[in-house]
Design a protein around this ligand. Sequence first.
Ligand code: ZN
Length: 272
Amino acid sequence: MPVLRTHILNVGRADTIILELPRDDNKKVIGIIDCCDFALTKQYLERKGLDKPDLVQFMVATHPHYDHIGGMQELLEMFVNNGTEVYMFLDSGYEHTSLTYENLMQFLIDHPNIITWYPRTGLQVLFGRLNVRVLSPPEPIPTGTASDCNNASIVLLLTYGSSKLLFAGDAQFTNWSHCCVSQQDFLKAQVLKVSHHGSKHGTFLEALEAINPRIAVVSGENNLNDPNGGFPHPLTVETMNELGVTEVYCTYQHNDIIIESQANARHSVTHL
Ligand SMILES: [Zn+2]
């Protein structure tokens, strides 16, 4: 059986995630969730022989903070210039006024062949054997929260057979409470990309209990010198330990992290 391979790159307190989709043929089909730094991503893709895939099935900008979209437009440009089809782009629809976001949106307007969606809770797309379900954000996206941009994060549940992986972007309490109320049937996953680099605002106890992950990955940085607890916050790590998350990986400790998922809920993690 083919595997789903997830690469969570060591890019500091930022997100860059590359997915190699499970295929029955020999085609290289990838998905991207966030891209903070183009040069690093390009280098990594080249190293793995993924810079000229047969298809980029989807790219997701979970929300428009720079640490999630900083390299996205250049990455799109690279694929387009290589002649690689980018099938679909998912954007939160949270309108950020930064030039980075405006330019990215303009690029998508200029390339109407790339399907651009602003997905909301409940949307499901099947890409071959991989089911992509949007758990959040709801419509309308929350306002008046501690961070409306983070709370607009697209939260994705990827299902391959009985394997489930949840990518939380930078979701915070409002976003998680919405998931707990309206998506509770889908809040179960063996693998969790911990929200918001492991900050204490990104992990919501009720949601974590419902997800009940076995493996958690934090895209964070060394917090030893941060008087505020840094990323990941000790509370987040403690909460995960208490809830019995057996494997916790952090990019600053484990470097680039690769998860190979079989269709039968078996996941194996390698890192440098
Ligand atoms: Zn972030």
